[in-house]
Design a protein around this ligand. Sequence first.
Ligand SMILES: [Zn+2]
Length: 332
Amino acid sequence: MAAMGEDLEQLKQRIPLLEYLQRHHWTGHRARARSEFVGLCPLHEETHPSFYVNPRKNLFYCHGCGRGGDLIRLVELSQHLSFRQSVTYLLEELAPSSQLLEHTSGFYQLELHRHPEGIHYLAQRGLRDPALIEELGIGYARGRNLRPHLSALGYSLERLFEVGLIGPQGQDAFCRRVIFPCRQHHRIVNLYGRTVGAAFPHRLLPRSKGGLFAWDSVRHFPEVILVEGLFDLAVLWQEGFRNTTCAIGTHLTPLQLAQLCENRDRSVYLAFDQDHNLAGQRAAQALAQHLHQNRLPVRIVSLPDDHDPNSYFAAGATRSDFLRCLNQAQSL
Ligand SMILES: [Zn+2]
C-alpha cells in the first residue's frame, strides 16, 4: 500500500478527527475539561453523551462502549471496514474519485504485462518503448476482473457503477481496451480506453475529459503540437516531439482552449487526422480560426492522404519526415 507511516500521519492531519465527525453530522459541545468535546457516541446506541473527542491529540474515546482511537480506527468501527479499506475510504473523502481512478489505473497497468494482447496492440500502433509506456501509465483492461480487485480495496459496487467503471449488467466498461490515465496537476481526472477488438473504438468515463493531456509538461514549450488522439501523442513523444499535447478529439473544452491561449507568444501546430471525408481538416480549420481570433500564431500540418500522426509513423515515416511536415505547415 502506498500510504504508510508518515503518509498516514499526513492523512490524519489533512482530515482532523473533529472536522470529520462534524461533517458526518456529529454534534458535540465542549466538555468540562475545555480541551475536549463530548457528544452522543456514533458507535453505539445511547441517550447520555459519553463520546469524547480531543482535537489536539486527534483522538476519541467512548466511556459507554469503551472504544477509542484515531480517525482510521473510527472509520474502521463506524463503516465496518478493514484498516486498508478505511485508508482508501478517507483518501476518497479528500479527493472524490481520484483515488479510485488511481487504483483502477494501477491495476490496469499491472494487467498490461499479464496479457500479451495489450502489448501486441501497442506494438501494432507503433508504440514500442517500454519506458514511455510506463511513463504514460498505459494499461490494459482484460475485463471481468476489475470488480473483485476494487471490492477488496473497499469500494462498493454502487460507487463503481456511479463513476462508470462498471456497466448496468455489472460488466467492466473498459473490457478489452488499452487504457491511458488522463491527469490534471498530477491527479487522474479520467481514463481513456481504446478497444483492441471490434467494440466502439473510443471510450472515456462519463465525466469531464479535463484539460489538455500532459499540459503540466507541455505548456513550457514555445511551440506546441496539438493532436486528436492519444496514440498520435504517444508516437510523437516516442520520436522526441515532447511538445505534443492532445485534446482527445477535435472539439476542445473551454478549459483546453483557455490553456492553449494562456500565452500569446506560443505558436500552435494543429496535426489532426487527414480524413477521407475531410472531418479532421474542417475541425482543424475551425479551431485555427478560433485561435487566430485570439491572436495566437497557428499553423495547420498536412500529412499524406488518410494519415494521422500515428498511422504516418506506423507506415514507416521518420522523425525528419514529420519535421518536414511541420516546416511546410500553413499559417492562417
Ligand atoms: Zn460508544
